[in-house]
Design a binder for this molecule. Sequence first.
Ligand SMILES: [Zn+2]
Length: 303
Amino acid sequence: MSEQKALWGIDLGGTKIEGVILKSKDNPEVLLRKRIETEADKGYEHITDRIKLLVSQMAEEIGFQPKSIWIGTPGSTDPESGLLKNSNSTNLNHKPLHKDLEKLLKIPVFMANDANCFAVAETQMGVIKDQFPKVEVVFGVIMGSGVGGGLVINGKVWNGKHGIAGEWGHIFLDADGEDCYCGKHGCVETILAGKALERYYKKISGKDKKLKDIMADKSDDEFAQKAYERLIHFLGKGLSVIINVIDPDVIIIGGGVGNIPHLYDEGVESVKQFTFNPDMKTPIVKPKLGDSAGVFGAAFLNS
Ligand SMILES: [Zn+2]
């Protein structure tokens, strides 16, 4: 086994930190996978210590040290200041996470937005590799507790001038949306994130219900039906913007909201209504790698 070729990736999430070691770029077999709790409520320094702990546990188990590591995070690192920004794990924002981790881990560290990790993993190892191996431009969206997006061109992440390319979650979608942690109002994330959908349901019905149950109950619950119709309407409106501006070859929808089956028939019909081209042919597909995409993408960026 070649230590030199092994790819190390970490996915830093709000609740868990996951690490993976893949054998090589050409043979991305999983050699080791490990996850620990983030314990994000204990603050920024605790989070960086947890990452260090995970990397040292992985090194001990596999028997060698990483040469370098990619870390997928919510939010993105500003290319000029080096500070993390736009993270919905807000205690990471305005912190030099990249620099601090290099100091702690004593190896080159590279940072990637979690939605970019998702998009590159699905392109290199997931649904795009399986079903659309020849496409050039892939847009991956994550609709989970937050909403993010990543743009992959010819297999590589496109970061953009400010490191925010693909940040679909924070384009303005509707004035009826809520105030967003990013400081703006009515962002896609405030309408289409799983939590935002649950808050909307509560607002109109007065009841707490999990997204899964809202979707399951929509034939007997008029409020659930209304929340569903609103989701389909705004999914169409939101995704049409991506198609009108970038016109990708494929769109992948990840995250918990992406598991709602009707996104792929009624949702697609809604996208057609709002897209500039009346004959919208863009395949809108489910990911293959599930929860693993983030960590695999981070490892794959290491190649
Ligand atoms: Zn926002």
